[in-house]
Design a protein around this ligand. Structure first.
Ligand SMILES: [Zn+2]
Length: 642
């Protein structure tokens, strides 16, 4: 039996299409098994084949294997295929309905930009073996060399890397962003890819876990104790312990296993710096970056990535979206560092010097036999590298020499970013410079057209809730398509931001834009404007500027003519009130537009300036509608012309 169809069915990239196609093939085959002599099941019309199967080689091959042959205009079942074979085909097809196993994933191709991602240069069978790998020194209490080396080796799994590239990292999206950025910066493509990965990881992918929240009582639980992981958590997730949280009110419990296995972390996507650095290092490897996992026994871990263009290792902290700011821990966090040990797939190293201003002083503080420590590291490296070929060894040594040279030459003055934990001064900061804004409003064109009912009632109320990302009209929820943008008249450079780690949501400018606008319009219908007009408008527009450079301007435009700066009419708590002049005889006061502008007069080289002006900010836990003080609310009264 020719099973080539299986592989080709796996290549159907649209998962829904793949499942539908396989289900149809199973149905066709099952029908034949259940009632082999029923002629109804023997002929598949060509139009059906064209519609459902012809676009997929695998589907056509499968039909042939089932026993269908093209005769004139139809596909006809050839009785020679046995029931047993048909049953086997059904079984094979049914297996394919399970979620796509890792090794069957298709690689995403980024045609427009070559991001320099290639398969791992070492096949998985040449991985370093840790059988009989013992470090006989008293330093393994200080630094768990072997377990970290094993973890770092686990990133080298080619199937895992394929899976990450095809299913986890939105490479197409990265590709688009990087292409756009390359127009205004001379930063290398691979470095841009790294920065994009850091941004995405912190902003979209990973959720910081501090402690559990009680679902019933809606409040944080208390840490109770460490407990043992289940067998599954240990075997599949490489968890060594589980944090148990308990609610002080209702006593309900929450288990948080501290997973170490990247494959499990790809599923949970949450934790603290340990999980973040582990996962981030793994993601970097899947994008072919030379990567080191940096272990600081005092309590923090992070990542280093080798930049080919800069010819040096870059510090990357995925919890902070920080790149190239190695002094942040000492200068910004005031940490007393003693050891920063780098773990790569093929070497380890003491890189503490990169993270401190005065290495000599640190040596005194370490209180170990430095010679013995250096010897231990050397011995481990020899063991790891004994399994490598000459070329690989030379590459490692040459990178080590460059590292030593940069250690000797590096200027040890802290950058702005390192003092404040911000990105300015680093590669990420450079990236944001030279980008220009597009000021054009994008007309979305939605207009609230006042209904006859609203005219008679004498009012309309519009509300927007940023958590639900939904509008309400007169208290009734409106059908949601794309969320906030559904009902705006115009907008530019605005995004809805969810801070997964802080669990907050708001509208703000898009990254790297210094100007953003949003507007909503209400209008009387032509047949009503002779009889009615707007009379009074009150607007609740909760907003917050987080620095002195951010301006939030609220304006009201009447009949597309007069523009009123509402800040004059601010009553209290972001509530604007405005009574319209009523010229009852002329055709005025029939169209109102409320416009908000988020401006930044000086981004102060701050890569996060975009989020310094926020609208409708509230906690994502705010699920009930009880507290509406964070909503946008536009309430207009309508009155009859005499
Ligand atoms: Zn509770």
């Amino acid at each position: 039996m020719d099973l080539a169809f299986l592989n080709n069915l796996r290549k159907i990239s649209d998962e829904d299409d793949r499942l539908v196609t396989i289900t149809l093939l199973i149905d066709i085959t099952s029908n034949l098994i259940s009632d082999r002599n029923n002629h109804r099941y023997h002929t598949l019309p060509i139009c059906y084949i064209r519609e459902m199967f012809q676009k997929y080689t695998g589907a056509m091959q499968c039909l042939h294997t089932i026993g269908f042959k093209q005769i004139n205009d139809d596909y006809v079942f050839d009785q020679s295929v046995s029931d047993k074979q048909l049953q086997e085909i059904v079984k094979l097809l049914e297996n394919e309905l399970d979620p796509k196993p890792i090794d069957k994933c298709e690689e995403v191709k980024c045609n427009s930009l070559d991001l320099g991602i290639s398969d791992n240069d070492r096949s998985s069978n040449s991985l370093i073996s840790f059988d009989n790998f013992h470090v006989s020194s008293h330093f393994d209490k200080l630094i768990p060399f072997v377990s970290i080396l094993k973890r770092v080796q686990s990133y080298e799994d080619i199937n895992l890397q394929h899976y990450i590239r095809s299913k986890i990292i939105p490479l197409e999206d990265f590709n688009r962003r990087i292409s756009k950025k390359m127009k205004s910066t001379d930063i290398n493509k691979r470095d841009l890819l790294l920065l994009e990965l850091l941004r995405w990881f912190k902003e979209e992918f990973f959720t910081w876990f501090d402690r559990a929240n009680c679902d019933y009582c809606k409040k944080p639980m208390d840490f109770a104790e460490y407990i043992q992981p289940t067998r599954e958590e240990r075997e599949y997730g490489d968890a060594h312990r589980v944090e148990l949280y308990r609610c002080s009110t209702c006593s309900s419990e929450y288990r948080f296993p501290r997973f170490n296995a990247p494959i499990k972390l790809l599923e949970t996507r949450s934790g603290r710096c340990g999980e973040a650095a582990n996962l981030f290092a793994c993601l970097c490897r899947s994008l072919s970056f030379l990567t080191r996992y940096i272990y600081d026994p005092s309590d923090h871990v992070w990542t280093e990535v080798y930049s080919e263009s800069e010819q040096r290792w870059l510090h990357c902290d995925s919890c902070e979206n920080l790149c190239d700011s190695p002094l942040v821990y000492e200068k910004g966090w005031k940490k007393e560092l003693t050891f920063c040990i780098a773990f790569a797939k093929d070497h380890i190293g003491d890189v503490t010097w990169r993270y401190v201003t005065n290495f000599r002083q640190i040596i005194q503080r370490r209180n170990i036999n430095e010679k013995n420590f250096a010897r231990t590291i050397h011995q481990i490296n020899r063991k790891i590298q004994s399994q490598l070929n000459q070329e690989e060894k030379i590459k490692i040594i040459s990178n080590q020499i460059k590292d030593i040279v940069s250690m000797l030459n590096e200027e040890k003055s802290a950058k702005e970013s390192e003092l404040h934990g911000r990105q300015s001064g680093s590669l990420g900061w450079k990236l944001s410079r030279g980008e220009t804004d597009q000021q054009d409003d994008v007309i979305n064109g939605y207009v609230y057209s006042i209904t006859n009912e609203e005219c008679e009632k004498g009012s309309i109320q519009i509300e927007y809730n940023s958590v639900a990302d939904k509008y309400l009209r007169n208290g009734i929820e409106e059908i949601k398509k794309d969320g906030w943008i559904d009902r705006v008249y115009s907008c530019s450079n605005i995004q809805r931001k969810i801070e997964k780690d802080w669990k907050m949501v708001y509208l703000c400018r898009e990254h790297l834009h210094t100007n953003g606008i949003l507007s909503w319009t209400i209008q009387l219908k032509p047949e009503e404007e002779k009889f009615y007009q707007f009379h009074h408008i009150s607007i609740q527009c909760p907003s917050k500027a987080f620095d002195q450079y951010t301006q939030i301007i609220c304006q009201l435009q009447i009949d597309d003519k007069q523009i009123i700066d509402l800040s004059q009419n601010l009553s209290s708590n972001s509530l604007f009130e405005y009574s319209l002049d009523n010229k009852l005889d002329s055709l005025t006061n029939i169209r109102l537009t409320f416009k908000v502008t988020l401006n930044c007069s000086n981004d102060n080289n701050d890569n996060n300036a975009w989020q310094k002006g926020q609208l409708f900010r509230q906690s994502t836990d705010q699920v009930s509608n009880a507290d509406q003080s964070h909503h946008l609310r536009i309430h207009a009264t309508i009155r009859k012309r005499n």
